[in-house]
Write a protein that binds this ligand. Structure first.
Ligand code: ADE
Length: 241
C-alpha cells in the first residue's frame, strides 16, 4: 500500500526513483543494504509485472512482500500478522484440463515461500508484536483493540477479488480449510519468483476478517497500523539476514 511504501522511503534518505512500466522503483539503502522499494499495485497481474521488473531489470537477489490481508483462519484477528509458508491462487481454475487451483504447466497449486527468508521475517515480526508500544501510539492500539496481536504462519490465498462478504470467506474456508488469510497479490509474486529461482517471503497485517465489515476503517487501519508494522518488520528482517 502507498502508506507502507512511504514509511519505508522515510528510512531510505538516498532513495531515487526510476519509472519503469509506469511504476516508480526507488533505489537506495535500507539498514545499510542496497534495496529497490516499489508499490506492487493491486491485483495479481499488476503485482506480477512489478515483480518481473524487480527480478529482470534490477536483478533482485530476493523479494520481500508486505501488505494487508483479510483474516480467514480461526483466531486470525485484525492487527495480527501472517507470515506465509505457502501461497495459492484461490481463483485459478483451469479444470477439467488441470486440477482446480493448479497453475497450468507448473504442476503446482501451492508456491512455497523461501524458508530462511521467512524465518527472518517471522523473527522480525515476533519482535515487533512483542513490543507494540514501541511501534504504535496508544490511540492506535486502543482504536483497533490491538493489545494481544499475534503472529501466524501458514497458507495465504490470493485472488483478483476483495473478499467482503461472510458468505465468500466461508466458501474459501470450506474449500481451503488451512488458509489463514486472503489478499490479492502474494501468490502471483511467489509464482514469478519461482520462475526466476529467486527467494521470496511475504508478511501481511490483518486489516479485516474478509466479511461484510471488511471495508470499514480500511484506509485508517493501513495508515495507522499496517504501515508502521510493515516498515518495522522489514527493517528488522534486513538486520537479521
Ligand atoms: N486485503 C485486505 N483485506 C482483503 C480482503 N478482505 N480481500 C482481499 N484482499 C484484502
Amino acid at each position: 500500500m502507498h502508506e507502507e511504501l512511504a514509511a519505508l522511503l522515510a528510512a531510505m534518505p538516498d532513495a531515487q526513483p526510476e519509472t519503469v512500466a509506469g511504476r516508480p522503483f526507488w533505489r537506495g539503502h535500507l539498514e545499510g543494504r542496497p534495496v529497490v522499494a516499489v508499490l506492487s499495485r493491486i491485483g495479481k497481474v499488476a503485482a506480477a509485472t512489478t515483480a518481473a521488473v524487480l527480478l529482470d531489470r534490477y536483478g533482485a537477489p530476493a523479494v520481500l512482500f508486505t501488505g494487508v490481508a483479510g483474516g480467514l483462519g480461526a483466531g486470525v484477528s485484525v492487527g495480527d500478522v501472517v507470515v506465509a509458508r505457502e501461497l495459492l491462487q484461490h481463483d485459478m481454475d483451469a479444470s477439467p484440463l488441470f486440477p482446480r487451483h493448479q497453475v497450468p504447466l507448473t504442476g503446482l497449486t501451492r508456491f512455497a515461500a523461501d524458508a530462511p527468508l521467512s524465518e527472518a521475517l517471522a523473527g522480525a515480526a515476533a519482535e515487533v508484536l512483542a513490543d507494540l508500544p514501541a511501534h504504535l501510539p496508544p490511540e492506535a492500539r486502543a482504536e483497533f483493540a490491538l493489545a494481544g496481536a499475534r503472529l501466524h504462519r501458514g497458507l495465504v490465498l490470493s485472488g483478483d477479488r476483495f473478499v467482503a462478504t461472510a458468505a465468500e470467506s466461508a466458501a474459501l474456508r470450506a474449500e481451503l480449510p488451512d488458509a489463514l488469510a486472503v489478499e490479492m497479490e502474494g501468490a502471483a509474486v511467489a509464482q514469478v519468483c519461482h520462475d526466476w529461482g529467486v527467494p521470496f517471503a511475504a508478511v501481511r497485517t490483518i486489516s479485516d476478517r474478509a466479511d461484510d465489515a471488511a471495508h470499514t476503517d480500511f484506509g485508517r487501519f493501513v495508515a495507522r497500523v499496517a504501515s508502521p508494522f510493515s516498515a518495522a518488520i522489514v527493517r528488522r528482517c534486513l538486520t537479521r539476514l
